[in-house]
Design a protein around this ligand. Structure first.
Ligand code: PGA
Length: 249
């Protein structure tokens, strides 16, 4: 069965709650499609207004982060059941900005991925190399390690429903998109890695996105690749152009 595309916006630290309502009202008619799952991952405080504003549309709301404990003395963190209680279906885990600025490691990513599955939230698990790693020729080694650790203890049935976002760090917010060939090559390598950890059926089912300066010009070629099942979109997800990315065909 063909995999359904999944196109997600990563709003990062942008949009107040009132701006959220405005943006969703603008984007709602533009992102209407049955061909892809459309997810807006928004800041925690915007989740509830986003859910309300997107009611009755095809937009699903996701979180940008989540903690791996159930509750307790973790000032500033968001618990998984706070997300499920309001209807959040997706959570971005291990974005490179969280790894770089908030000391997330492969191990904390793994804990969060396990916790998300425990609560029935679909993790969008991020991986990606630095420019130095690419130049040193260790891209795939590095990403395979990120993926293998992220999925430790995850069952094949769970992994089939997961989303992986391949985001080369050098392409995020820089306007430098990876070439279609580079993106396809790594996404294909990630699928092979999943086949090694689990089996072919799991590798065929899991959805792998490309992220890093995706825009309405680059999306069509990227999303047409056999191993690229959609995108994780930062900057361009905050503009009406996101509608063109979602309806890339
Ligand atoms: P960008 O961000 O599209 O602005 O490069 C992508 C991301 O970080 O998810």
């Amino acid at each position: 069965m063909a995999r359904k595309k999944i196109i997600a916006g990563n709003w990062k630290m942008n949009m107040t709650p009132s701006q959220t309502v405005e943006l969703i009202n603008t984007l709602k008619p533009l992102v209407a499609t049955e061909d892809a799952d459309v997810v807006f991952c928004v800041p925690a405080i915007d989740i509830i207004p986003a859910l309300e504003a997107s009611k009755g549309s095809n937009i699903e709301i996701g979180a940008e982060n989540m903690y791996y404990e159930e509750k307790g003395a973790y000032t500033g963190e968001i618990a998984p059941d706070m997300l499920t209680d309001v209807g959040v279906k997706y959570v971005i885990i291990g974005h490179s900005e969280r790894r770089e600025y908030f000391a997330e490691t492969n191990e904390t990513v793994n804990k969060k991925v396990l916790k998300a599955f425990e609560h029935g939230i679909t993790p969008i698990v991020c991986c990606g190399e630095t420019l130095t790693q690419r130049e040193q020729g260790v891209t795939m080694d590095f990403i395979r390690q990120q993926v293998k650790i992220a999925f430790l203890g995850v069952t094949a049935e769970q992994a089939k429903t997961a989303v992986i976002a391949y985001e080369p760090i050098w392409a995020i917010g820089t306007g430098k998109t990876a070439t279609t060939e580079q993106a396809q090559e790594v996404c294909c390598g990630i699928r092979k890695c999943i086949a090694e950890i689990y089996d072919e059926a799991t590798a065929e089912a899991i959805r792998i996105q490309y992220g890093g300066s995706v825009n309405d010009k680059t999306a069509p070629e990227l999303f047409a690749q056999p191993d690229i099942d959609g995108g994780l979109v930062g900057g361009a997800a905050l503009k009406p152009d996101f509608g063109k990315i979602v309806n890339w065909k």
